[in-house]
Ligand binder design. Structure first.
Ligand code: ATP
Ligand code: MG
Length: 424
């Protein structure tokens, strides 16, 4: 992509209504734009990150044998009444129609998927079944001050599993714990598996919590990795010694990036979802549900991976693999020279693109080198490439690392083939 053509370039300042780090950085760098409180537009750079995260999630869900579908956002009021949640789900948006009864605007999809699969599940031979989607959810959240960490409209991956018994459910639940850890690791985050309230469904659920000061949740956990619980349910106090001798438990602020729940027969009972076992007897289907906030995950990545200059994307979710900058040094800016650099920059851009490398090419004229470098640091693509009079026929390579990290400031001069090799 040629940055000269990008309509949402970096901004020097952002509104004071944007309080959170993720909203400020992502807005300043041209990834998102606030529509109204808790509602964001995702601009081309932001959408690229969402696609990268979604693809990782899809790969990991597909690997468990799950199938992707896409369910409706406008949902049947009667089904929400059957589960009792039309009145009890606080954050439910209710939509009026001029022609029919009201709709629920989907905050989650049990009320849609259970009546749907009831038409396909008859016998034990139809189980187990795992279905998921990546879709926009709507929740009338009381507070929406954490940028894309808490939206009134946000993207979620939600998966629903259907089983013949608890034993089969438990097996899949453990597989999903692994799949979730894979997703968060691949997104550059360390997520702590945490015991949490099971809500109205069961005693416990499991949350995946990422430590950061900007988090709205708090956990008590053992740094040795054998215990973590949300403070909402934990009677355990900070400082207590870990039973396995790992030292004192710690209390920290966190972001909940995922949550998995045993649903038992809560929704199967509401809709009469049963199957015939081997002896022909009707049995209730055992369910689980598994959520990941895709846009919240993007916000969490920014909260963890940034420094005073801007975002530092992990390469797995970066909108581009490299940020190519062309410098036309004004001191030497004769017509002749600047057109030579132009050719070199273009050439590198085209070669990289043809080799399948995703490049953001800052081809702007009349923008200083300093400004281009600052923009590259703000946008946060992991590799910066520079072509200028100084680099000749070679290309300067530099990694975008945390300002406190190692390897900062190290630049190398490389041939184009070596750049392609490293980025492929
Ligand atoms: P929270 O406690 O933060 O309000 P929740 O427990 O109500 O969230 P779940 O129903 O567990 O949310 O939803 C599954 C996942 O969807 C959460 O783990 C989170 O990553 C994401 N999520 C939930 N609510 C929001 C929101 N308002 N904005 C962005 N992501 C959200
Ligand atoms: Mg939750």
């Amino acid at each position: 992509m040629r940055y000269s053509r990008y309509p949402f370039k970096t901004r020097k300042t952002v509104g004071r209504d944007l309080q959170s780090k993720n909203a400020r950085l992502l807005t300043q760098a041209g990834f998102i734009h606030k529509e109204v409180a808790g509602v964001y537009n995702f601009l081309p750079l932001g959408l690229r990150v969402i696609k990268k995260i979604s693809d990782i999630v899809r790969e990991e869900m597909d690997a468990t044998g799950a199938q992707e579908l896409l369910l409706s956002s406008l949902q049947n009021k009667e089904d929400w009444q059957k589960t009792g949640r039309w009145d009890s789900f606080d954050a439910l948006f209710k939509v009026k129609s001029r022609f029919v009864t009201d709709y629920a605007l989907g905050p989650t999809h049990e009320e849609v998927i259970v009546p749907l699969v009831k038409q396909s599940i008859f016998s034990y031979k139809d189980l187990p079944l795992y279905l998921y989607q990546i879709q926009t959810k709507f929740r009338d959240e009381p507070r929406a001050k954490s940028g894309i960490l808490r939206g009134r409209e946000f993207l979620m991956k939600d998966l629903y599993s259907f089983h013949v018994n608890e034993k089969d459910f438990n097996k899949y639940y453990e597989i999903m714990k692994k799949a979730y850890q894979n997703v968060f690791n691949r997104c550059g985050l360390k997520a702590i598996l945490t015991e949490a309230s099971g809500g109205a469904f069961s005693k416990l659920s499991h949350e995946f919590q990422v430590i950061t000061d900007s988090g709205e949740d708090e956990i008590i956990y053992c740094p040795g990795g054998d215990f973590s619980a949300n403070v909402e349910i934990s009677p355990v106090k900070e400082g207590k010694q870990c039973d396995l001798g790992h030292g004192p438990l710690k209390r920290v602020k966190t972001i909940e990036v995922g949550n998995i729940f045993p649903l038992k027969t809560k929704f199967s009972d509401a809709f009469g979802l049963t199957y015939k076992d081997k002896s022909g007897k009707d049995m209730p289907v055992i369910m689980g549900c598994y959520g990941i906030g895709i846009t919240r995950l993007m916000g969490a990545i920014v909260e963890v991976h940034h420094d005073e200059k801007g975002i530092v994307w992990p390469s797995s979710v970066s909108p581009f693999a490299a940020h190519l900058i062309e410098i036309q040094n004004s001191k030497f800016k004769t017509q002749n020279h600047s057109s030579k650099v132009k050719t070199l920059g273009n050439d590198v851009y085209e070669k990289l693109t043809k080799s399948g490398v995703e490049v953001l090419y800052d081809d702007r004229e009349d923008v200083s080198a300093g400004e281009k470098f600052a923009d590259a640091d703000l946008i946060g693509i992991p590799v910066r490439l520079v072509v200028s009079k100084k680099t000749g026929d070679k290309i300067e390579w530099k990694r975008r690392t945390h300002s406190t990290g190692s390897g900062q400031g190290k630049t190398e001069l490389l041939e184009i083939d070596e750049v392609i090799r490293r980025l492929s």
